[in-house]
Structures are given as structure tokens and as C-alpha cells.
Ligand binder design. Structure first.
Ligand SMILES: Nc1nc2c(ncn2[C@@H]2O[C@H](COP(=O)(O)OP(=O)(O)OP(=O)(O)O)[C@@H](O)[C@H]2O)c(=O)[nH]1
Ligand SMILES: [Mg+2]
Length: 433
């Protein structure tokens, strides 16, 4: 009996031992670990889902990180205006700019700024303003009579042209410049017909008038400050009014500054233009220092984001102080108010005053740096040769011409258009040009 019980006990112990010893090798443990090895590492809560990247993407990612660590290109390379231009040749050692460029799609969204639209010429319109010069007794009318009905060229032709030019305020020096080619051509018998003489005269006139920096005002920062100077009665205040009309029509915010503080009427005249054009007028107290008025006006314009500041000045002072000294002070003060100001100093001269206007260009040009001339009242003169004289002798570009008192009677100066209007044969030819 006892051996049977012992055998059973031993057998049970053997079974228990077998079960206990086999437990660590159970596949359940392996099954539990193996899938975990294939799973991605646990993400923090809320992290965005990420697609596993192919090997090339990972290389790209590393490249991007390297680029992020790279120092930014120098400031000048980051100027938006320069970014639109074709890249200059890269110097040795400079970072490759293409990596700092915005993606292609951004470039497409920022097309380069188109060049400013060219003004349409209006020769017949200007011709109306220059009517007195084109009439029989005017500069053009008299020149034309030299050629009408004459097939052969008169040997005295050059002398006759010379006389007309000199008596039309062109001046001796400028007349000489205009006629040198004609005299030479006639002497060499190269100008065998009147058409050739006429076209030589027009070509030379265009060459003398076509100076760099001529024509309408250009945007030179915000605000662009313009100082209008000239002797009394030439048309400074009226020109400011006309210019304000023109600039407002172009959508510019214009401030008119009453820098002529010596006459109450001068301020009122500017205020009337302010009303007419819808432009704000900045005026100091009567008798205030014009320089301080201009200083405050520029500060106000900068603050209130005006595009253009047109400063009127006196043409004659009631006090004993010197006009030129006063204007120099206004000029210096404008510079103190805003770097680069005044961006333009325009001398306004009356076209009917002939050689006096040339003398004014000389005098003002010695005192101030003039950036251009406005020639007014060309509608009221049969001569008008002073346009040529100022451009040729003083090399000051003409910016505008005044051909009447109405707001629209200020024309941007264009040498081609002007010569065509003054010396062109007829309106049909002008329209076809
Ligand atoms: N016909 C004509 N008259 C003009 C032209 N420009 C100005 N005037 C007139 O010339 C006169 C004098 O013009 P203003 O603008 O007052 O001259 P100003 O230079 O400001 O004169 P001061 O303030 O006294 O220095 C006015 O009667 C204007 O209407 C023009 O182009 N043609
Ligand atoms: Mg005035």
C-alpha cells in the first residue's frame, strides 16, 4: 500500500515540476513583446499625425535644418526691390543666393513693378497754348514766312533766321548754338532745300531742350518736398494751384504751404487754391518766419502721410532783408525738417519777360541748387525764345510750362512735344507723329 502512495506522490511532484519549469519559455511572453518592437515610439498627446518619410525626404529634412542654421544673407541682399531684379554675379565666398530666395510660387505672386506709363503726347493741345508764338508775328510765324513759296534757298537765309531768333528772346549765344549746323550745311551745300534747313533747326532745338531731369515731378519719398521760388508776379502761387490740381487727379495727397507770410493776400490766394483742389493748406501767423512755417509744415506732412508738399515763397519782401538770404534759410530749414528735403527747388519765370527771365535763372541758380524751371505765361507771348535760352545757357531742365490761368493750364514739359508744337508744320502731321 505504502509504495503505491509513494509512487503517486512522486508522479504528482514530477508533473508539478514539469509545469513550473516550462513556464518561462511560454510563447505568450514573446507574442506580447514582438508587436511592440514594430510599433512607432509613443507620441505626446496632441502631436500631429506624421506619415513615415521615405529615405530621400529625411535627407531633405536634414538639408533644410542645415540651411536654417546658416546665417541670413547680408541686409542689402534682402532688400525687396533688389529681390525682384536679376541676381548680380556671385562673388567667391558669398552664400549661394538661390537658397535664400522665396519659393517659386511666391515669385510668381510678386511680379516686378511695371515701368511708369509714358505720358501721351498732346501736340495740338499745347499748340493752342502757344498760339501767339505760332501767329504771323510770332516766333514760328515769322520763321515760316522765310520758307513759304521759296523753292530756292536764299543765300541770306541763315542771317534772316538769326534775326528772328534773337528778336524772339532766344539770345545771341543760344542762336549761335542753334544755327551752327545750318550755317555749316549751307556753306557745304548739303542743305539744298528748305525742308532740310527746317528739320535741322528742329533737331537742334530738341537737342538743346532735352536735358536730363526734365519733365514732371518724380516721387522722391514720402513726402516729396517742393520749394517754389522766383521773383514777384511770375506765377509761383498759381503754379502751385495748378500742380496741386494735377497731382490730386493722380491720387496724391498734397499739402500746400503758405511760405509767403509777408502778405495776407498771398495766404488767401493759396487757401482759395486749397478749396478748389481739395488740398489741405498749412499757414502760419501773418508775418511769421517763413522758414519756421515750412519746418512745421514738413513735420505735419510726414505725420499725416502726405505724398507731396508744395511750398509757396515770397517773390519780394517788405522788410529790408534780402530775398536770396531768406530763401537760403528756408532751404536749409527744410533740410533740417526732413533729410533730402527740399527734393525739388523749382524756379518760376515769366515767359513774357524775355532776357530778364534768363538773368533770374542766373541769379537764383547762384544762390540755390535749382532742380528745374517752370516757364509761365507762354500763352501771352509771341516770342518765348527764353525757353531755349535758359535750357541751353544754364542747363537747367524745364519741368512745366504755363499756358493760361486755368487749373488745367500747366503742361508737363517734353522737348519733343514742345518743339513739335512750336516748330511743327501742321496739326495733321502732329497727330500722325
Ligand atoms: N496767362 C497766364 N497767366 C498766368 C500764368 N501763370 C500765372 N498767371 C497769372 O499771373 C499773375 C501772378 O501770378 P501769381 O501766382 O500770383 O504770381 P506769384 O509769383 O505768386 O506772385 P507773388 O506772390 O507776388 O510773388 C496772376 O494773375 C496769375 O493768374 C500763365 O501761365 N498764363
Ligand atoms: Mg504768390
Amino acid at each position: 500500500m505504502i509504495p503505491i502512495v509513494a509512487i503517486i506522490v512522486v508522479a504528482l511532484v514530477a508533473v508539478v515540476l514539469f509545469v513550473v519549469l516550462r513556464k518561462p519559455a511560454l510563447p505568450a511572453v514573446e507574442e506580447d513583446e514582438t508587436p511592440q518592437l514594430r510599433k512607432p515610439p509613443a507620441k505626446p498627446a496632441g502631436a500631429p499625425a506624421e506619415r513615415p518619410k521615405p529615405r530621400d525626404d529625411k535627407r531633405e529634412e536634414k538639408k533644410e535644418k542645415d540651411e536654417e542654421r546658416r546665417p541670413p544673407p547680408p541686409a542689402r541682399d534682402r532688400e525687396p526691390s533688389e529681390r525682384k531684379l536679376p541676381s548680380p554675379p556671385r562673388k567667391a565666398g558669398e552664400p549661394e543666393e538661390i537658397e535664400a530666395e522665396p519659393p517659386e510660387s511666391v515669385e510668381v505672386a510678386m511680379p516686378p513693378t511695371p515701368p511708369p506709363a509714358r505720358r501721351k503726347k498732346d501736340v495740338p493741345g499745347l499748340r493752342k497754348g502757344l498760339k501767339k508764338m505760332r501767329d504771323e508775328g510770332g516766333l514760328f510765324g515769322r520763321l515760316k514766312q522765310l520758307f513759304v513759296g521759296k523753292k530756292e534757298i536764299d543765300p541770306k537765309l541763315a542771317d534772316e533766321i538769326e534775326e528772328i531768333l534773337i528778336t524772339s528772346d532766344v539770345g545771341a549765344k543760344t542762336t549761335e548754338m542753334l544755327l551752327a549746323d545750318i550755317k555749316e550745311g549751307l556753306a557745304k551745300k548739303e542743305l539744298e532745300d528748305s525742308d532740310k534747313v527746317w528739320s535741322t533747326l528742329r533737331r537742334r532745338a530738341k537737342e538743346l531742350l532735352d536735358l536730363p531731369g526734365g519733365g514732371a515731378l518724380r516721387d522722391q519719398g514720402k513726402p516729396t518736398v517742393v520749394l517754389m521760388v522766383g521773383v514777384n508776379g511770375t506765377g509761383k502761387t498759381t503754379t502751385i494751384g495748378k500742380l496741386a490740381t494735377k497731382l490730386s487727379e493722380q491720387g496724391k495727397k498734397v499739402l500746400l504751404v503758405a511760405g509767403d507770410t509777408f502778405r495776407a493776400a498771398a495766404v488767401q490766394q493759396l487757401q482759395a487754391w486749397g478749396k478748389r483742389t481739395g488740398c489741405e493748406v498749412f499757414a502760419g501767423k501773418e508775418g511769421a518766419d517763413p522758414a519756421s512755417v515750412v519746418f512745421d509744415a514738413i513735420a505735419h506732412a510726414a505725420e499725416s502721410k502726405h505724398d507731396v508738399v508744395l511750398c509757396d515763397t515770397a517773390g519780394r519782401l517788405h522788410t529790408k532783408s534780402n530775398l536770396m538770404e531768406e530763401l537760403k534759410k528756408v532751404h536749409r530749414t527744410a533740410q533740417k525738417a526732413l533729410e533730402g528735403a527740399p527734393h525739388e527747388t523749382l524756379l518760376v519765370v515769366d515767359g513774357t519777360t524775355g532776357q530778364n527771365a534768363v538773368a533770374q535763372a542766373q541769379e537764383f541758380g547762384e544762390a540755390l541748387t535749382l532742380s528745374g524751371i517752370v516757364l509761365t505765361k507762354l500763352d501771352g507771348t509771341a516770342k518765348g525764345g527764353v525757353v531755349l535760352a535758359i535750357a541751353a545757357e544754364h542747363k537747367i531742365p524745364v519741368r512745366y510750362v504755363g499756358v493760361g490761368e486755368r487749373p488745367q493750364d500747366l503742361r508737363d514739359f517734353d522737348a519733343d512735344e514742345f518743339v513739335e508744337a512750336l516748330l511743327g508744320q501742321n496739326d495733321d502731321a502732329a497727330r500722325a507723329a
